[in-house]
Design a protein around this ligand. Structure first.
Ligand code: GLP
Length: 261
């Protein structure tokens, strides 16, 4: 696990955007695992800028998103399909047919979840998975107590997650109680993982995930077992880490051949 701590939020977002750019430039037909949430909005703006500057093309790229709310149609402005189209896909040269999210309206949910896993496999597996983190430690919607070997399935959101996402919907009552999410095991199968967390509201959970025990009660902590994970943080989200000085030292002394872009 590599921890990169930047001086500003903007720098953290820029590093993540550059890692994605260099993944797609190195392998245009990459399968990207994408994430939603407020944290990712600036990353997607950066990718749009790279595209407009002719420095990035998604023409052969496919994507799979981590999750989708149960019961929200793709046209609902809080669905994750709407978010992805609005924040990224509609502004770049990706073929929308190559972009995938779980279907939150599926009648047969177990069948939909199996189909999603099959889709990821048929596309050759995820080359790079982008992650945010919930204040309860979730990745995707893998709430505390999720099996660390879980696959795509339905999860009931915690009250904390509903409160965290309530302001985006307008009211907590409007947040769906269920979501379809890639499992922790699905995420762990990605070749490379990049987790971005910014702001002081994430400081406690970032320290638990990065330096605490590996536990199903902080599902992001399993990333300590992933062979190729990069955690990108700003000063605020990194504030509770004990080994900050070492992470900075290691980054400053990184061999050129190991650099991400
Ligand atoms: C939701 C998403 C997560 C995301 C989290 C954090 O719960 N399912 O993938 O990481 O929100 O969101 P934000 O970036 O808005 O803090």
């Amino acid at each position: 696990m590599e921890v990169i701590i930047t001086d500003t939020k903007n720098q953290a977002e820029e590093i993540v955007a550059k890692i994605i750019q260099s993944q797609v430039n190195a392998k245009n037909n990459s399968l990207l695992g994408l994430a939603t949430g407020r944290t990712m909005e600036s990353v997607y703006s950066q990718l749009i800028n790279f595209h407009k500057a002719n420095e990035l093309s998604f023409s052969s790229t496919s994507t799979v998103n981590l999750d989708e709310y149960v019961g929200l149609a793709p046209t609902h402005d809080q669905s994750y399909r709407y978010y992805m189209n609005d924040k990224l896909f509609n502004h770049v040269d990706i073929n929308l047919e190559n972009t995938h999210l779980p279907n939150g309206l599926a009648e047969d949910i177990p069948a939909e979840c199996k189909k999603y896993e099959d889709k990821i496999n048929s596309l050759g597996g995820i080359d790079l998975q982008l992650l945010g983190i919930g204040t309860d430690g979730h990745i995707g919607f893998n709430e505390p107590g999720s099996s660390l070997a879980s696959r795509t399935r339905i999860k009931t959101l915690t009250k904390e997650t509903i409160e965290q996402n309530g302001p985006i919907f307008g009211a907590n009552e409007d947040v769906p109680k269920h979501a379809l999410t890639m499992g922790v095991g699905t995420i762990m199968d990605a070749h490379k993982v990049v987790l971005l967390a910014t702001g002081e509201s994430k400081a406690k959970i970032v320290a638990d995930a990065v330096e605490g025990p590996i536990t199903a009660w902080v599902t992001a902590s399993i990333l300590q077992m992933h062979p190729s994970t990069i955690i990108v943080l700003d000063q605020e989200s990194a504030a509770n880490l004990k080994n900050r000085d070492y992470y900075k030292w290691a980054y400053e002394n990184k061999p050129d051949w190991q650099k991400h872009y």
